[in-house]
Design a binder for this molecule. Structure first.
Ligand code: PLP
Length: 645
């Protein structure tokens, strides 16, 4: 458990059972725990290929319940005289089944949606249930927060949605949007509810810390806000300005940043009210973090607060400012995406092959070249007292061996022997290093240099783009064999032919480690066939936010199979199965017509047969393979695995 820190990041949803398998308990009060390994085996038997993404809708429901319960507790604790109306930012994961589930699970809390673009606005308008007879000031209705760049149609559509019975709030992100909103509202005769997004001077932290500050992409500076207020006052529409919004970036690791932002935003809110704004809503944006490494610290892959701490700080800061200024406390809105959507999705993939540096130790004879004898002598004498010195010796001997080879004094076989002894020495030194509390700096790379490569049947670019693009850490671990010591140390290489398609940074306590503890692949002897490799399944957890939509088709590895699982008293049921792309589909995305391709292939085969370069059987086999492949998944099918060393 400690190796993978599952109790840190997994609670309360993921743990390990007595069989050494990862289990999923979607809702703490549900009682049941689903064996992830058995689930994957069951799905494989239904012919659902790997890699696959499991989505647990009960986890999604639990996340919404938790966030709303935390606000309810905070509001009760501080006797806050208003309500909370959360919205889900669609950008975080736009897939229909997710938005549908969110709307369904959010209904008891009047949970709304946030759109960051015109396409997302169109989703929100059609997915949220409008109120038939909304009262003008009714708070009992999900909100529709309209963010992002807006053109005339965006604003018109959002305004007209009020007639349907929606409650859209148009958040001004650029000053020019104010004039446009005034004009369109006059033309349509519909009064808007407007908000402004502030560029706070509070800086977020880490990778997403650039979402605030004067040069941030979105929002209005204080002088720009004053301009907007002037325009609204002149148009006699200042009462339309009802909301202040800010977003200081995603994955805020430190509670102090949230406190600081809340203090600044609350003061801006109060000042806007004093200037005549009809301020009723404060929208604190996203940023609520996810503890990816389970360390509960302000390390960028973690967070040093829980949901309740976050909520309490939001509530108390606004209340303090409003009470002091004697203005009414606003409805509180948050746009938490990552904290709601991450936990529900688990990526499962298999290992198709491994490669490690573990050559046998060659024999060295008295007549062999001195460099080989030196290397062997070093190997024989490595001890805990001299391992650091021995490491430097073997490094030097290896460099010398290569020079000797380059000058023609060593043959290929001798160079091979030199390399084999070198790696054997490194292994012996590494074994000693692992027993030490402190590893000398110059030996730190040994672990990585000797790590096995585990070839993972997936594309990092498709399924975990943030791991490649911004070095985000996700918890990764085997989902079975956890009652067995993982004797190997490995990195993961995906099946794209891009050397960036690898994962060599893994969670550690408040840190990053460069190798993951893994099990050796188990080979099962078969008669008349190469040994079969027992499937070895790994899970990448907390991947429900942002990864799916940002994934790309690098090397034409397409969308993966997605299975929605719902728990029930008897176990589980498959709510939805969304099949991943076939090869024909991904070829279509890049404008190939699979029929045309097949036709070309047929012609080439005919020609080859006519020229007697190919037999009829060969041509049939090739065309059958080609045609069948078009309808297949873009990832590898399980075959006998390959293990090389
Ligand atoms: N609101 C806005 C305006 C955003 O840009 C984002 C994403 O960065 C979010 C909300 C969601 O943030 P998070 O996923 O950190 O909750």
């Amino acid at each position: 458990e400690n190796l993978y820190r599952i109790t840190g990041w997994g609670e309360p949803y993921f743990s390990i059972n007595a069989a050494g398998h990862v289990t999923v308990s979607p809702q703490a009060d549900h009682g049941g725990a689903l064996d992830l390994y058995e689930l994957v085996k069951g799905l494989r038997q239904r012919n659902i290929g790997l890699p696959l993404l499991l989505r647990f809708s009960d986890i999604l429901a639990d996340r919404i319940n938790r966030l709303n319960a935390a606000f309810a507790r905070g509001i009760a604790r501080y006797r806050y005289p208003n309500t909370y109306r959360g919205v889900y930012p669609i950008k975080c994961n736009q897939h229909r089944h997710i938005v549908e589930s969110l709307v369904r699970y959010g209904t008891p809390y009047n949970f709304g949606l946030e759109a960051g673009s015109k396409p997302e606005l169109m989703i929100a308008l059609a997915m949220l249930q409008p109120q038939e007879n909304p009262e003008p000031d009714q708070q009992n209705q999900p909100l529709l927060i309209c963010n992002g760049y807006k053109d005339r149609e965006y604003i018109e559509t959002a305004l007209l949605a009020r007639r349907l019975g929606h409650r859209p709030i148009i958040v001004v992100e650029q000053v020019a949007e104010v004039a446009l909103a005034i004009e369109i509202s006059r033309n349509l005769g519909i009064k808007p509810i407007l908000g402004v997004r502030a560029k706070l001077s509070t800086q977020g932290m880490g990778r997403w810390g650039i979402s605030t500050g004067d040069r941030a992409k979105f929002g209005l500076t204080i002088p720009e806000m004053l301009t907007a207020i002037g325009q609204l006052r002149q148009a006699d529409m200042l009462d339309s300005l009802q909301l202040l919004h800010f977003h200081i970036g995603s994955q805020i690791s430190s509670i102090s940043v949230i406190k600081e932002a809340m203090t600044e935003a609350s003061q801006i809110f109060v000042q806007l009210a004093k200037l005549g704004g009809n301020m009723r809503y404060l929208d604190v944006g996203g940023g609520l973090g996810v503890d990816y490494d389970g360390s509960k610290t302000n390390f960028y892959a973690s967070k040093n607060y829980n949901i309740q701490n976050y909520v309490n700080d939001v509530i108390s800061a606004v209340q303090d400012a409003c009470v002091a200024a004697e203005i009414p406390c606003p409805v509180l809105i948050s746009e938490s995406g990552r904290a709601i959507a991450s936990h529900q999705s688990v990526l499962i993939f298999d290992i198709v092959a491994t490669n490690d540096i573990n050559p046998p130790l060659p024999k060295v004879k008295a007549k062999d070249h001195a460099i080989l004898r030196n290397l062997m002598e070093t190997w024989e004498t490595i001890t805990v007292d001299n391992y650091q010195e021995a490491y430097h010796d073997v490094e030097q001997f290896k460099t010398e061996a290569i020079s000797l080879f380059n000058f023609g004094y060593l043959g290929l076989k001798e160079r091979a022997k030199a390399e084999e002894i070198y790696w054997a020495c490194c292994r012996k030194i590494l074994q000693i290093c692992r027993q030490q509390e402190y590893v000398p700096d110059d030996l730190e790379n040994l672990e990585v240099n000797l790590a096995s490569i585990y070839y993972a049947n997936m594309s990092v670019f498709q399924s975990a783009p943030d791991s490649w693009a911004i070095d985000q850490l996700f918890p990764i671990m085997p989902i079975h064999r956890l009652d067995e010591e993982p004797t190997q140390r490995g990195i993961l290489a995906d099946i794209t032919c891009d050397s960036d398609g690898k994962i060599d940074r893994f969670i550690d306590l408040r840190d990053v480690k460069s190798v993951l503890e893994l099990h050796p692949l188990m080979e099962i002897e078969q008669e008349d066939a190469p040994p079969r490799v027992e499937p070895y399944y790994l899970g990448m957890f907390l991947v429900g936010a942002y990864q799916e939509i940002m994934g790309n088709l690098h090397n034409l590895f397409g969308d993966i199979n997605v299975v929605h699982i719902q728990m029930n008293p008897k176990g589980y049921q498959i709510e939805h199965l969304v099949r991943g792309d076939t090869i024909a589909e991904v070829l279509g995305y890049v404008q190939y017509d699979p029929e045309d391709l097949l036709e070309n292939m047929r012609r080439y085969c005919e020609q080859a047969m006519e020229d007697k370069r190919m037999s009829l059987e060969e041509s049939q086999l090739l065309l059958e393979n080609y045609e069948r492949s078009l309808l297949q998944y873009t990832y590898l099918k399980p075959t006998s695995g390959i293990h090389t060393s």
